[in-house]
Design a protein around this ligand. Structure first.
Ligand code: FAD
Ligand code: FES
Length: 260
């Protein structure tokens, strides 16, 4: 179900340097939201060709939608100026979302703002598992308390070693995969973050023979399948390739579907 609704900003909270959590009341959109789906937000004051920006749904409670965003450019800087009571136009929920009935023990792998859809997923999955959260520095490691509150085990890795263990998040991921293999348990991987992280997680899903669900992050314009700004080469089960639109056919794809 997809709607274009004028919501009302409830408030914003600073999380870490450059990262914000924004609550907005959007009746009809929040209630329908599923983990892995996104909303296309109309940002006031932007040029007409790309008025909207896509954001994963970080949480939904009643008619309130939660977003978690990093200020990176003009649109997110404008969003940062939104005050309680301001209107915010939202199309959504958009996209397919993560599957909610895992066939294996869930391992969530997040990089930076990739924690947003995975935190929502952690709240809605029927089982608990391990959340692996990576970032360049401690300032890019977000939402650890969300996962812990929900009963997930959290492992943190930062590239500069300022929080958790030093290195890429694939280091604790490989350890978790080895632990599950020794215990004879099949993992199921869910990831959101930069392309390098998604590729690394996808390779491990293929090597391990388990399912791996990756949330692709592409520049978007229309957000609803009409403009072809977000195309991605994909592979069917019979090996033939096709061109998909991340906003319309994703943003979640199984690792074997993606042609990098
Ligand atoms: C499905 C989806 C879900 C997303 N969820 C979130 C989220 O939960 N939180 C969040 O902070 N961001 C999320 N993003 C990214 C977010 O849409 C962009 O950061 C935002 O559009 C940037 O807008 P801007 O006008 O501030 O930046 P611009 O001025 O448009 O660009 C500033 C810089 O950001 C880069 N950039 C722009 N769009 C993207 C993108 N999609 N991915 C990576 N880099 C980009 C540009 O190349 C440029 O270097 C998501 C993107 C997609 C496609
Ligand atoms: S953003 Fe227009 S087709 Fe995906």
């Amino acid at each position: 179900m997809m709607k274009d609704v004028t919501g009302r900003v409830i408030g914003q909270t600073p999380l870490k340097a450059g990262y914000w959590a924004l609550d907005v009341e959007v009746p009809g959109v929040a209630e329908a939201a599923q983990p892995g789906q996104f909303v296309h937000v109309r940002v006031p004051g932007l040029e007409p060709v790309a008025l909207r920006r896509p954001f994963s749904i970080y949480g939904a409670q009643g008619s309130v939608l939660k977003l978690l965003y990093k200020t990176v450019g003009r649109g997110t800087a404008q969003m940062n100026r939104l005050a309680p009571g301001d209107p915010m136009q939202v199309i959504g929920p958009l996209g397919n979302g993560f599957p909610l009935a895992p066939q294996g023990s869930p391992l969530l792998v997040a990089g930076g703002y990739g924690v947003a859809p995975l935190s929502f997923l952690a709240a809605r999955l029927p089982v608990r598992g391990v959340a692996l959260i990576g970032g360049r520095t401690a300032d890019d490691v977000l939402a650890v308390a969300d996962f812990e509150r929900l009963g997930w085990t959290v492992r943190v890795a930062t590239q500069d070693g300022s929080l958790g263990e030093a290195g890429l998040v694939t280091v604790p991921l490989d350890r978790e995969l080895a632990r599950l293999r020794e215990a004879g348990v099949t993992p199921e991987l869910f990831a959101c973050g930069p392309d390098g992280l998604l590729r690394a997680v996808g390779e491990r899903a293929v090597q391990t023979g388990c399912r791996g669900w990756l949330s692709l992050d592409k520049h978007m314009v229309c957000g609803v399948g009409a403009c072809l700004a977000c195309v991605q080469t994909l592979r069917r089960a019979d090996g033939t390739e096709w061109i998909g639109r991340v906003c319309h056919d994703g943003p979640i794809f199984e690792a074997r579907e993606i042609v990098w």
